[in-house]
Design a protein around this ligand. Structure first.
Ligand code: UT7
Length: 316
């Protein structure tokens, strides 16, 4: 995939927001209904608790409103809404319902690339801006609790609900997106899938085995396009699927875990929401300053992978 063209209209993130359901489900809660233990879940996944509840529309409206407020942008100034989700509330029309409830007057559509969805949507939104849009609201939301088999101990401890959003605004010059990569390997689609209306099926061990490799392949392409190396990264925002996958990815990149954004302990795997939520928490914690290089990198069902290198605040 190409690097961002010099001279194209660039974009920067000017606001962000998250929405987590109120209901907390701890590992101890799961011990009551599943043949599992807090010790197993923490050791094998890094998850201690997760949030369950809400709909894809309601969570998206909350995170989207928070991002608009922080950016200081009124709804009428948004030119497009892209909602990454693998759990739309309806077969179609979820993004338009979010558009209506936020008071936006623009095109609105869902994009489904499983857990890589937010990065796909963010790259998509940069493309809209390069073609003339001024501002795009990008939301990543999943309500995986609705498609999780709560009697299956192989998947139930992993998945949860959340939403994260960013406002992307056009700027002169190249903007923040220095390099990106979108990838897919449909020959591996049987490793992680759900029928429409069905629950999640996963070959966990094989997904784990491939995850680090496909994330690293994608990250290396994005960094090469951006003209940077892992040493230049101030922050890595990986998909939050398993702490051991994040640790292995950091090890392969040669960066210490202090530079990774980690939320999995309190969010679980929230698919399309996982990267924007981790990014927003890092931003709220003051971990990012102007000029920092940030790597977003995800993988998911499909199997898909996606990554992006951002220079925070853009490139003059
Ligand atoms: O967004 C992308 C989504 N998916 C992923 O990224 C998943 C990637 N895979 C993983 O994260 C890990 O493979 C899992 C967390 C799903 C599983 O961890 P693992 O270390 O690969 O465990 P395993 O599947 O090899 O199972 C080890 C043992 C088995 O028992 P035996 O055969 O050794 O007796 C399982 O039956 O752990 C057992 N087990 C459990 N025990 C207690 C599986 N699930 C549980 C459980 N509690 N919840």
């Amino acid at each position: 995939m190409p690097a961002t063209r010099q001279g194209a209209t660039g974009a920067v993130i000017s606001g962000w927001g998250i929405a987590l359901p109120d209901k907390v489900v701890t590992n101890q809660d799961l011990e009551a209904t599943l043949d599992t233990s807090d010790e197993w879940i923490v050791t094998r996944t890094g998850i201690r608790e997760r949030r369950i509840g809400g709909s894809t529309v309601s969570l998206s409206v909350s995170s989207g409103q928070a991002a608009l407020d922080l950016a200081g942008v009124t709804p009428d100034r948004i030119d497009a809404l892209v909602v990454a989700t693998t759990t739309p509330d309806r077969q179609w029309g979820t993004a338009p319902m979010i558009q209506d409830q936020l008071g936006l007057r623009c095109g609105a559509y869902e994009l489904n690339a499983a857990c890589s969805g937010f990065v796909y949507a963010l790259v998509n939104a940069h493309g809209l801006i390069a073609m003339g849009a001024e501002r795009v609201l990008v939301i990543g939301t999943d309500t995986l609790s609705r498609i999780t088999d709560w009697d299956d101990r192989a998947t139930a401890p992993l998945f949860a609900d959340a939403s994260g959003a960013v406002v992307l605004e056009s700027v002169d010059g190249r903007g923040q997106l220095l390099g990106w990569d979108l990838d897919a390997d449909g020959s591996a689609s049987e490793l992680l899938w759900a029928t429409v209306g069905g629950t999640i099926n996963m070959e966990g061990k094989e997904v784990f085995r491939r995850a680090v490799r496909i994330m690293m392949d994608s990250a290396e392409k994005s960094m090469r396009h951006a003209g940077i190396t892992a040493d230049d990264l101030s922050l890595i925002v990986p998909h939050q699927a398993n702490i051991r996958i994040i640790q292995a990815a950091c090890e392969r990149l040669g960066v210490d875990m202090e530079r990774a954004a980690v939320t999995i302990d309190h969010t679980g795997n929230t698919s399309s929401a996982s990267i924007p939520v981790a990014l927003a928490e890092a931003l709220d914690d003051g971990r990012v300053k102007t000029g920092d290089h940030i790597l977003l990198v995800g993988f998911g069902g499909g199997m898909t992978a996606a990554s992006a290198v951002l220079r925070w605040g853009g490139t003059s």
